[in-house]
Design a protein around this ligand. Structure first.
Ligand code: PA5
Length: 440
């Protein structure tokens, strides 16, 4: 279960202030659970951990086993935003950081940018591999994944007689170009449920299929999410999601803290920060409001962003994701010469140093005027990742409703697309092309 500690906010917040926001968070919790609030047709994510049928899990595992039989050693996962960040977060957190996975293909990501060099280098790898591809787009029309898929598909079609067996599409049940293409080409498909938005979709096939292909246990992930859901069902002061929503909104609305930095002291969680930024940024950043979500990895970024966080403009608070237990053990040895003067650490676990760095940073940042929230997970594994995904999703719903924002739409994402389509001369955008050319 995910635990929360708000002790690092005490120097900045009076109890009465917090109690007032706790009351607002209870009301927001009721709005989310009553399912009558703005965007309430996108609440399917709430029950995914307990609703996901065995047939869907078995379907994901069947693709894994089929591609194993083909000897596939590279899976290209194509998608952008909510259609890749959850899977990438889980796979990067669970994978060995240096060695290739044993008994599972390498999973790489594409379709999340429009860099020509990125795609060229991706194809260098695809051409050297026994490749397969998962293409993910809920709308089935997003340009970045469509471009990447066109390039990968052309190569797979020309290289493998069984190319259709090597492609799986995850998209809407009925509409969109990807759905039409997948049906015509005879690809295996999985459905992104209508009532689950992209950034809440990690526990649908959007996340589950890539994660299982990378060799990880999606049943344990769903179990972790289910247990976390159970823990967050009660409207009580001890509900960690309610506490998180209350405190972050208080800091934002009453204390001028416009930026929240998600901190981890474990580089494996870098993409948890990326996933969380999209979840909160796209859910809350609307109508001229919202906390700006940023992320750092410490101690790495203490040597880059640490100066600003300690002494720069006092606009931020930090939420640290603490991992209670390391997976491995590395003890610092003793050295007779002690020329590096490190013998005072001899016999200590590296994780002990990490914890002391964590504590030292917390105290320093409190002294520097940066309130501290801590969210703890037991260890980095499938079960706990499932729990933290669900925790942050649920807390996001409560938090956005507290702020008075619909967390389930993203109208602002369209603005750049319209301009880009006009500039690319996409059919149907002729009028905008003339207008936009006058502006550049
Ligand atoms: O959260 C969201 O809805 C977005 O980030 C989408 O996931 C992203 O824009 C990709 O959309 P699609 O899956 O339709 O290609």
């Amino acid at each position: 279960m995910i635990k929360i500690s708000l002790g690092g906010c005490n120097p900045f917040v009076k109890k009465a202030e917090y109690d007032a926001y706790l009351g607002k968070a209870f009301a927001a919790f009721d709005e989310l659970q009553g399912e009558k609030g703005a965007g309430n047709d996108f609440l399917g994510w709430k029950t995914l951990p307990v609703d996901t049928p065995e047939s869907l899990i078995a379907g994901c595992e069947a693709v894994r086993d089929d591609w194993k039989a083909l000897g596939v050693n590279l899976v290209v996962v194509i998608g952008i935003g909510g259609s890749y960040l959850g899977a990438r977060c889980a796979i990067e957190a669970l994978s060995h950081q240096f060695l290739p996975a044993e008994g599972a293909p390498r999973v790489v990501f594409a379709g999340n940018n429009l860099s020509e060099d990125y795609l060229a280098e991706l194809m260098d790898l695809v051409e050297k591999s026994n490749a397969a591809c998962v293409v993910i787009s809920k709308s089935g029309t997003t340009t970045e994944p469509a471009v990447a898929f066109r390039i990968v598909k052309v190569y797979l079609d020309k290289t493998y007689k069984d190319s259709a067996r090597r492609i799986v599409a995850i998209t809407d049940a009925k509409k969109g170009a990807l759905k039409t293409l997948a049906t015509q080409e005879g690809y295996r498909t999985f459905v992104v449920p209508d009532d689950v938005g992209g950034r809440y979709s990690v526990l649908t096939p959007v996340g589950l299929l890539p994660i299982v292909l990378a060799g990880f246990d999606i049943r344990a992930m769903l179990k972790g999410a289910a247990d976390e859901r159970e823990a967050l069902l009660s409207k009580a002061e001890g509900n960690a999601a309610i506490q998180y929503a209350a405190m972050r909104n208080l800091l934002y609305s009453e204390k001028g803290k416009k930026v929240e930095i998600l901190v981890s002291f474990d580089p494996r969680l870098q993409y948890l920060g990326e996933w969380w930024k999209q979840l909160y940024g796209e859910s809350e950043g609307k109508e001229g409001r919202g906390i700006y979500p940023a992320s750092v990895i410490f101690t790495t970024d203490l040597h880059s962003m640490g100066q600003f966080i300690q002494e720069g403009d006092r606009v931020m608070f930090e939420t640290t994701v603490k991992v209670e237990n390391a997976k491995r053990s590395v003890v610092i040895g003793s050295d007779e010469g002690n020329l590096d003067q490190l013998n005072y650490l001899a016999g200590q676990h590296v994780e002990h140093c990490n914890r002391m760095a964590q504590l030292g940073t917390k105290l320093a940042h409190i002294d520097g005027g940066v309130p501290q929230i801590e969210v703890s997970m037991d260890r980095v594994d499938e079960y706990n990742l499932g729990a933290i995904f669900y925790f942050f999703e649920f807390a996001c719903g409560v938090s956005a409703y507290l702020l008075g924002i619909n967390p389930f739409n993203q109208p602002g994402v369209e603005a750049y697309k319209k301009n880009m389509f006009a500039l690319l001369r996409k059919p149907g955008y002729e009028a905008q092309t003339e207008e936009i050319l006058k502006r550049i």
